[in-house]
Design a protein around this ligand. Structure first.
Ligand code: ACO
Length: 192
């Protein structure tokens, strides 16, 4: 995704981690308002693009949703694209949620795992390993194993992604929209 402004002013690293503060990278007092407004534009447009790609009625990632939650955004950029202005490649949003999940015997557990909530790589960059790099970065940063993450309504592309890169294939049937895999309830970080 390309914008009129310079993406490199907003995101310092190839993959930048953002929380509800949504602070632009080069946030000096003189340009803070301008860069913050640009950052908000990027987040809202990424959310819209992701929703469109998933066939959702409306975005599940936006500035207003970020501001009122403890969700974490991992945003990947290509710093050299768009004649040096940079381009946004994709993002992953994660957050802790309280869930009631069922194990293989049908016993209910109340847990607070890290959940993958929204994941999107721009159409022009898909199937090039960008999703894997974002997801791996999140796993390292959060210090969590792929099988310990609950996935909110995964698309078939995301399920295929998880099977290919992390060999997650056997899901445990749930009564909510989350998908969890074998091993989820073993030593899950969020298990209560
Ligand atoms: N059809 C089927 N599988 C796909 C497709 C596709 N069009 N695109 C990616 N994948 C899966 C495949 O397993 C693929 O491996 P393959 O090419 O050998 O078949 C693998 O992902 C590729 O891995 P990466 O290149 O690392 O992943 P990518 O950069 O494509 O990002 C993502 C994966 C985020 C799912 C991307 O395809 C995307 O944005 N899809 C559209 C939006 C979407 O479905 N997001 C998930 C919604 S659910 C949620 O967010 C909780």
């Amino acid at each position: 995704m390309e914008f009129d402004f310079d993406i490199n002013n907003l995101f310092g690293n190839e993959i930048t981690v953002l929380n509800k503060q949504l602070n632009p990278y080069r946030a000096t007092p003189a340009c803070f308002r301008e860069y913050k407004s640009q950052l908000c534009t990027v987040i809202d447009q990424m959310g819209v693009a992701s929703a469109k790609a998933q066939g959702l009625h409306g975005p599940i990632t936006s500035v207003s949703r970020m501001s009122s939650s403890e969700h974490i955004l991992y945003v990947m950029k290509d710093p050299c694209a768009h004649k040096g202005k940079g381009a946004v490649v994709g993002f992953l949003k994660v957050g802790v949620k309280k869930l009631f999940v069922y194990d293989g015997e049908g016993t209910q557990h109340e847990i607070e795992p890290l959940c993958a909530l929204d994941f999107y790589v721009h159409e022009s960059r898909q199937r090039n390993g960008c999703g894997r790099r974002i997801f791996d970065h999140m796993l390292r940063t959060e210090n969590v194993k792929p099988q310990h993450i609950a996935i909110d309504r995964p698309s078939h592309k995301f399920l295929s992604f998880l099977m290919k890169h992390y060999h997650l294939r056997n899901s445990l049937p749930q009564r909510n929209n989350f998908v969890i895999f074998d091993g989820f309830l073993k030593s899950s970080k969020g298990r209560k």
